[in-house]
Structure formats: C-alpha cells, structure tokens
Design a protein around this ligand. Structure first.
Ligand code: HT7
Ligand code: ZN
Length: 879
C-alpha cells in the first residue's frame, strides 16, 4: 500500500463552486447523477481534473455538454483524470452503486432497511466521482427520490426547498445547503423513522427547528439527546458567541455505525448508542456519553464545518479543538468545582489508559501526523485526546479570556476556509501577543514527554528552588526530540496541608503558579517560603506528560489528605496505589503460591478509609479516589508484562479493601442510595457510582451478605445503572446466582439492542469468561459480526478488556484475535483495524506470550486479501 506524506500536499487543480446531486434510491441499484461547476484553481500546480471514485460504476460522463469517451479520460487506482479541460467546466456524471452490498458502512449503505451515508473521511468517493478532499468546498443542492411507502422520510443537509409525489408510488425531496462545505460533510437519509421535534429560540431571535429521528418504538428514548442539543446550542452562544447558522438541525440515529457520530452539516448521523436513553435501558455513563457526543457534533458546526481542515493531516485542528470544547461544556454543565475536577480526572484516565500507550507503541504519531497509509487509522486518541490537551494548554497559558480572544481571531480570519493547525496556533499567538514557535513541537513531535522535578528548601534564605527536567523518548521515525513548551502548574503545601502564597521572581502568583518550562532543565525560585513545603506539581494535569518520581510515600500521603487541587489529590492516591500494585504484581509473579502471602499496608488502607468516609467530599470524587488504576495501566509500567500476575495483584487489593473496609463500604452503600425517581444529574450519578463501587468491592471478597445485597439490588433496581452494576457484581463474584441473573436480564431486554450489547460486554470482560465461553456466545442468535456495536461488545471487549483470559498461556486468545480480524476485514475494514490494534503492545509481554503474539500478527499480515487499514496496523506492529 501507498504511504501519503504531509509534505507532498499540493492544492487542488480545480475548485468546485456548485454541486447538484440527484439520487434515485434503490437498495440494489442506486443511480446517482451529479452536475458540478468547476473552475481552474489559480493556485494549482497540476493541470488535469482529478476525481476520486471507489466501488462505483461510471455510466456516463459529460464535459460542457459533450459525452466523453474512454480516450478522453483515464480511470485507474480509484482516480478519474481528465487531462485537458478548459478553465471553466460543467461536468455531468452518472454512476451506479449497490448500497445493500455495502458492509463497510462507508459511503451509501443500508441499515435495517434504511439508507444512510457516512462520508468522513473518504466515503463520498463511494457515492460519486468527486475531488474528495477537504480543501474543495462547494455549495450542494440535493434531490432525493425513493419509494414513498418504504422511505417516507428523505433528509439531506441544509434547508428543505421542496417535496412532493412522483409516479409509481415514489416521492422526492429537494434540499439546499446555503454554506460551502467539503464533500466529507455531505449526508442523506432515506428511511422509515419518527422524530421528536421542537422549535428553539436562538440568541439572535430566530427560531430553529430541532429534530431527533429514530426508529419507531424509540421515541421514549430521545428526550435526553434533545435536551443535550438545546444545552449545546445555548452554551456555544454564551461561551463563544457562536450561533446555529441554519433554520433546522437534525440528529438521526442508526444502529449500524463505525464510530460514535458524524457532524454532517445540519444532519448529524449518530450511532444509536449516543442518542437513545431512558432510565430503564441506559446507565449514567450512557447519559454522560450522549450529552458529550451530541455537544461534540454540534460544536463541529463551527470548529470543523465553518472552518475546516486543509488536508487530513490537520485532523486534530477540528477534532482536538472540538473535544476540548465538549470537555469544557461537560464541566460547565456540572457547574461545581469538584464536578469539574471529576470530569478532568476522567480525561486524565483516558489519556493514561489509551493515549500514553499509543504514544509509546508502534502507532505513535504526532498530533499532526506526517504520513499515513489509511486515514481512517488516524482517528486516534492522539489526534483527539492529546489534541484536546494541546488546545487546553493555550487556555492554561493565556487564561479563559485570552483563549476566547484567540478563538475570535481564528473565526475572523478563517470562516469558510480550509486551514492548518498552524493557523490556529497563529491566531492564539497573535491574539495574545505571544511568540509560540516552540509550542509547534506539540504538533510535530510524537511521544509523551517525561517531566521530573527536584525541590530544595533553603531555611536560611527562605527559598524553595524547584528544578524541572524534561525529556521525550524516541518514537518510530523520530529518534531525537527537542524540548517542549510545557505549562507546569505548581502549588506548595505547608506542614498543615494549607496552600502557601507563592512569590516567583518577585511576583505574587496566588496559590497556583503556571511555570513555563521551555528548556531541558530549568530552575524556578519561590521566595518567602517559611517552612519545608510539599510541592504539588502539574496541578489540574496542566500538560500531557508523565511526571516521574520526586515524591516520597509521606509526600503522597500529605497530598492525598490535603491538596486543594482535587486532580492532584486524586493523583497522589493513584500513585500510592500504583506503587503497591507494582510491588504486589512482582510478588504474585514470583511463584504460584505467592498470591496467598500478598499483603497490603495499613497506612494505605487508612488513607483510603479517610477519603471514603469524608462526608465533606463529593461522592463522585471519593469514587474516583477509591478506584484503582486498571490492569492495563499497571501493565504499562512494566518492562515485561505477566497479565496473570497483574490480575492477581489487583484482584487481591480489591478483595482486601472489600474485607478491611467492609463496615465503611456497607455504610456508604446505604448512605448513597438515591431514593425517588431516577435522574442522570451529576450529583445523583456520583452517589450511584460510590454506592456501586462499594458493592463491587464487597463482592470482590464475597460473603453471603454481599451477594444477597447484589441480588437484592438486581431484583429491585428501577434503573439500568444499578441493575447493570448489580449484575456485574454477581458475575465477578463467581456465584451460581450470576447465571440466573444473566438469563433474567437477557429475557427482559432482548428487544433492546443496546442492552443486549451490555449483556455481551459484561460477560466478555469477566475474568471467568474463557475463550470457549466467548465462542459459545458467538453462536448466540443475537450475535453478529456485521453490526459494529455487537462485534465490539463481545470480540473487542474480550481481546482488549479481558487481559487475563485473552493472554491465556496457550496462545488461544491470539489465534482467536487473528481469526476475527480476518473475518471482520472481509466485512468492514474500519472495525477490523480497530480490533487489530489490540496487539499494539505485543513486544512488552513475557517471551512465551510474545512469540505467540508475533505469530498471530504474522498470520494476519500474511493474508493475500487484506485491507490497507489492517495491513498498515499489523505492518507497523511487526516493523
Ligand atoms: N468526525 C467524525 C469522524 C467519523 C468517522 C471517521 C472515519 C470513519 C467513520 C466515522 N464516523 C465519524 C466523528 C467526530 O469526531 O465527531
Ligand atoms: Zn469530532
């Protein structure tokens, strides 16, 4: 496969002003007629007209009214080239495609008998021939024609101009999008759907029509998405002065979707997982996901659609910025300071759990990659989440007001343009009169920087000298790194745990100073420090770095008890836990009986006990503090991973906490009941989270009473959060009641696809579910590889989140992985290549596992017929 490089960017040879599309929709044979007006791009460096096309049949091609023959153009490697053409051109193109054969879910496809499209990144070329690149922005008009009884709803981008009946029971709808857009934002839906709708008054007094479209029978699950949409519109108006620029805004849910959702102009298409919710079927996490994803897609209307990317290397320009915006929205929706911190902790967890490993593995790439084989492989946690951290650092450096100035300048300069990450950085720099040249390295250098610190208190001089050191490991293709511009937020705690007033370079800096580290080593002197402080470094996780060492156990206990920065307070607890988990893992791996002699110190238990019972702290925050680093986070710290030892160690800690904190856990279980009707608000969700963590710990060392508690909760709960938590506790407790509860659960929810996904997932992640059990589940009538949510709920869950069974010593998990990647690849390369990444970190496993993992990778790589998506992933893993 061909590698595409950022440095090879050339401007499009022709620009497209208008696109008129006509669709005669038929599942087996859809006719697409397009009429494009093109003009030569004055900035072009190439001459011919180049149109992309993939898996479609060209029926006819006319240039300025003249039918072109085979000698007038070339069609090879999915590229149609017309070598010589005048400066102004009208192209008329007729093509055929077969949506019902399209299992890739890219382009035009059929799901549950309805038509949907997915065009990002390069799906439009599967619909018609077009310069399918984001820097070609055009005005679209779309005519849809389809059978009226079967497809009563016909939707596309923008405004509905006209609709009516045709002969033979068909009907039509004509849509016009008033804004220029790249082809990846095109969408259509032709379907049997129903909608919840509302008019919503915008800040400028206009009324907009908001609709949420779902399959019949799901209208009882659309309220939360609608409410989230209204909150998002209001937030963007108030926070950034950005208004909805259309008369209507539609959200449509489909159960067959490769990702979470898609921000098509005015017609967002969503995975049902991020639309459908009511208390009976959705958990608190599901409600949170819906609010965040609805907001994310809505925010793209400005950061992504109005200002888009010049090329796909700039993907983080829209994704990093929009993730940052949805993160801030979520925090503002909760509104409290600890609520904000709890969401920040979730973000830090995601980075550590997924992005740091990516940045340290074979797929490591800069936030703005330099090359790719398949762009779909670069919708990554690096581009999204690390990209959001990079955007967040501007706000940390310039404050909320300075950041807003940068945003205003960005829109003033670039509205309706396709631009680069550098343009965003320049807007931030210019709006704040700052030079941000070095900051560019966050976009160009891969790898997670490592930050170290040394602090020295000088009693005589009453100074505290903090020396910061940074380095960054080599990553594929980048052996050497230059220092980053890192904002390091620091506080100093006195012996009583109170924040000291900070003075740096003679300037009062409040109680948290943002130090700007730009060298490999740099010293900062705090003056007027009257006693030995404990430094709280990297408050609020002010940069996406690994903070190494620097703390004693006593420092961490002090920070865990007192730090006024909740993120660093939580962080201290995580460090205390991680140290113990690593030590216990070493002991558990030493010999077979070692597990029996594992032991946890009273100091740690006591520190957790204090937090658990501290009623001055939000339950949501206490739950975060009591949640241990995951098995994969522990594994990331090890040079050579023995998954079983990690599992034994972590299970031991959970069980020991369950036993030694039994009374406190029971008390919290009772105290955090949420009587009355279910509400997904953050305070209630926090209580449920703490209650269910208590239930899980109690059942990690189950006695009859704990099991009875879980069973009672399962039988009596009126909401899915408590229902699913109780079922998971029973499954984890390995008690006979678990099988009965699973059967009851399936019976009750068999017609709710998203709950059936949970049912599969719950079993897939249980350490009691071995490969034979997974294979048995795959024969269940409800299982199919064709639906991405279902495939992920069982196969990917097992391969990624059940390490102890997946890494079975006989290598059977790896053979299963290879088999499933190959099977999925034939249906849907995007889903297959996500699963392929389960092997990214194969080189870190114990030798006996490593060679079996390599064999499985080689088996996949050796397939003659393999998508570029999967070939790129396994190729990089083996390189
Ligand atoms: N911008 C959207 C990306 C997306 C996507 C990309 C590749 C293949 C399928 C896809 N579906 C959606 C999602 C987002 O970030 O909002
Ligand atoms: Zn996005």
């Amino acid at each position: 496969p061909q590698t595409i490089f950022r440095k090879d960017y050339t401007p499009p040879s022709y620009l497209v002003d208008t696109v008129e599309l006509g669709f005669d929709l038929d599942p087996a044979r859809t006719i697409v007629a397009s009429r494009l007006t093109l003009r030569r791009n004055p900035a072009a460096t190439t001459r011919g007209i180049e149109l992309h096309g993939e898996d479609i049949e060209l029926v006819a091609l006319r240039l300025n009214g003249k039918l072109l023959g085979k000698r007038d153009y070339t069609l090879a490697n999915n590229l149609l080239t017309i070598r010589s053409a005048p400066d102004d051109v009208v192209l008329e193109i007729e093509t055929l495609c077969a949506p019902d054969k399209n299992t890739t879910l890219s382009g035009l496809y059929v799901s549950n008998g309805n038509f949907f499209t997915q065009c990002e990144a390069e799906g439009f070329r599967r619909i018609t021939f077009f310069p399918d690149r984001p820097d070609v922005m055009a005005k679209f008009t779309v005519m849809l024609r389809a059978d009226k009884a079967r497809y009563p709803v016909l939707l596309s981008n923008g405004n509905l101009l006209e609709e009516g009946d045709l002969d033979d029971g068909r009907h039509y709808a004509l849509w016009e999008d008033p804004f220029k857009k790249p082809s990846y934002l095109f969408a259509l839906v032709a379907a049997q759907l129903v909608c919840q709708e509302e008019t919503f008054r915008l800040a400028d007094g206009r009324d907009a029509l908001l609709q949420v479209w779902v399959e019949d029978g799901n209208l009882d699950k659309t309220d939360y998405a609608m409410q989230s949409l209204k909150h998002s519109i209001r937030w963007d108006e108030e926070k950034y002065g950005l208004e909805l620029d259309l008369d209507r805004f539609m959200i449509v849910a489909t159960s067959d979707f490769n990702m979470g959702a898609m921000e098509n102009k005015g017609l967002n298409i969503f995975n049902t997982k991020f639309v459908l919710a009511n208390p009976r079927v959705a958990t608190d996490i599901d409600f949170q996901g819906i609010e965040a994803v609805v907001a994310h897609e809505y925010f793209h209307n400005w950061t992504g659609n109005r200002v888009t990317c010049r090329d796909w290397f700039q993907l983080s320009l829209k994704e990093g910025l929009t993730v940052f915006r949805d993160q801030e929205f979520t925090a503002d929706m909760i509104g409290t300071a600890t609520g904000r911190a709890v969401t920040r902790i979730d973000q830090v967890r995601t980075l550590r759990q997924a992005q740091f490993p990516e940045d340290a593995g074979p797929m490591a790439h800069p936030v703005r990659p330099d090359s790719f084989v398949e762009i779909n492989n670069f919708y990554t946690v690096t581009v999204y989440e690390k990209g959001a951290e990079v955007v967040r650092m501007y706000q940390t450096l310039f404050g909320v007001d300075g950041f807003r100035k940068g945003m205003d300048l960005y829109f003033a300069r670039h509205d309706e343009q396709a631009v680069e990450c550098d343009d965003f950085r320049r807007a931030m720099a210019d709006a704040n009169n700052r030079e941000l040249g070095q900051f560019e390295r966050w976009y160009s250098q891969a790898g997670t920087p490592v930050l170290r610190f040394e602090g020295r208190w000088d009693e005589a001089a009453q100074t505290y000298t903090l020396t910061l050191f940074q380095s960054c490991p080599a990553t594929p293709g980048q052996p050497e790194k230059l220092p980053f511009h890192i904002p390091v937020a620091v506080g100093l705690l006195d012996a009583a745990g109170a924040d000291m007033a900070l003075v740096v370079d003679g300037q009062q800096r409040g109680t948290t100073a943002v130090l700007e580290l730009t060298e490999a080593e740099q010293t900062f002197v705090f003056t007027g420090v009257t006693g030995q402080p404990v430094a709280s470094v990297l408050r609020d996780f002010s940069a996406p770095v690994i903070l190494q060492g620097g703390y004693t156990d006593a420092d961490l206990l002090h920070l865990f008890s007192h730090d006024s920065d909740p993120v660093n307070r939580w962080e201290a607890g995580q460090r205390l836990a991680m140290e113990r988990l690593l030590k216990l893992t070493g002991e558990a791996g030493a010999n077979d009986d070692a597990a029996a002699s594992l032991n946890l110190d009273e100091t740690f238990i006591e520190a957790l006990r204090k937090i658990l019972v501290d009623e001055t702290l939000d339950p949501a925050f206490r739950e975060q503090c009591l949640t241990l680093p995951s098995e994969s986070m522990v594994a990331e710290q090890l040079e050579c991973v023995d998954p079983l030892a990690v599992h034994i160690a972590r299970q031991f800690v959970r069980a020991d906490l369950g036993t030694r904190l039994r009374n406190e856990l029971l008390a919290q279980y009772e105290a955090n009941a949420t009587p009355g009707p279910y509400s997904p608000d953050a305070a209630s969700a926090g209580k449920r989270a703490l209650k269910n963590l208590a239930l899980a710990y109690l059942n990690a060392a189950p006695d009859a009473a704990s099991v009875a508690l879980a069973q009672r909760q399962f039988d009596e709960a009126d909401n899915m959060t408590d229902r699913a938590a109780a079922l998971s506790a029973l499954v984890a407790a390995r008690v006979p009641q678990a099988a009965d509860a699973l059967a009851v659960f399936y019976d009750e929810f068999q017609n709710e696809a998203l709950v059936v996904d949970k049912w599969f997932a719950m079993q897939a992640l249980s350490p009691t579910t071995d490969l034979a059990a997974v294979r048995a589940l795959m024969t269940h009538p409800a299982f199919t590889l064709r639906n991405p949510n279902r495939a992920r709920s069982l196969v990917a869950m097992f391969c990624v989140n059940n390490p102890v069974q997946f890494h079975a010593p006989d290598g059977s998990g790896y053979a299963f992985w290879a088999e499933q990647v190959i099977a999925l690849d034939a249906l849907n390369p995007q889903v297959a290549s996500r699963l392929a990444r389960a092997m990214d970190r194969w080189r870190r496993y114990a030798p006996a596992l490593q060679w079996q993992m390599r064999e499985a990778l080689q088996k996949v790589a050796g397939q003659v017929k393999l998508s570029n998506d999967v070939r790129e992933i396994v190729g990089k893993a083996l390189a």
